[in-house]
Design a protein around this ligand. Sequence first.
Ligand SMILES: [Zn+2]
Length: 395
Amino acid sequence: MRRILAERVFPVTTDAVKDGILCLEDDGTVIGVLRPGEDGYDVSLAEKHTGWLIPGMVNAHCHLELSHVFEAVPEHTGLNGFLEHLMEVPPASEEAILEAMRNADAEMWKNGIVAVGDISNNNRSLKVKAESPIRYFSFIERFGLDPSVAEKSFSAGIDIYNELKEQHRNNAGNLTAHAPYSVSAALLTKICKHIQDVQGIFSIHNQETASENDFFQSGKGIMVERMKKMGIPTASFKPSGKSSLQTLLNTLPAQNNILLVHNTFSEEADIVSAQLYLTKLWWCLCPGANLYIEDKMPPVPLLRQHQCKITLGTDSLASNQQLDLVREMDLIQNAYPETPIEELIRWATLNGAEMLGFDKELGSFCAGKKPGCVLLECIDNKNSLILPKSRARLI
Ligand SMILES: [Zn+2]
């Protein structure tokens, strides 16, 4: 048995225990948390650490396959500029792409991340995930605004899905849609039906730029201009007069878990209607990427006010300096200091585990789970704040 003493032990499902001792089986299975004064509480038998003990963290949104694009796209160009620059990045060798993915996977593990919701546009990352100590859920992301390519895009996704299912481990996943503006109604319908059939999870980039809403409301704006420039046919698209999210709501598979990623430009009406229509709904925040691309923070106070279930993601190294959820928490507290540290930790652990369906084993220090044990160091305990120097590591 392993006994670990820390300044705070935070089981996530209950309050943080000051000077608690986390008791684990030798294989990492949680036995329980002892409070000072309780039977069996003996600091002389425990490993001693300075900081908070929290369960292994869950990165709800990443693109492992873009790891080699690190520092290749300039900051603050807006999403349309970002996507244009991304297309212009010179191709890398298969070897370099593979090495960058392995390094990114190792970086996440080192930073206390034990599970990832990872976007795959191709099959490149499958092998890296099969060999990783991290638990992955792969979202096989599809594009195609032109309805005539719906079948082709869908069946190419099914080929990747079948390959994923043959992996000896980390074979959880399903097809999903990239963004409201990049899939036709025909393709979206096929994807939603597939997700219902395989009892999967629907994830979509949502309202990452203001021009996404312009596209749906009026059919005008810089998003349409970019599409024209890139030769994407928009003729079959009809503006709904509503925001992108409100347009999509009744198409989404409401019986399945749904993850809306970014939400940087979501307004109160969007949040209220989504919360009303979709009961298994999570909102993923990737502030590092939002600041990198649009230089804007997501509306955290609004999401908290409406009791939204929030998860945290790093997005990819194409739009972030690191794959580290502590940095994402720090950015949120920096912009919104009223956000309690306990809430941030819940978003980075249990909420992500529940969204991915990994919560039987991960996400909290409940007896019988094997969530991994992370030491969160250099916290301002007096003010309960994450600091720029705060770090997490698996212990
Ligand atoms: Zn993304």
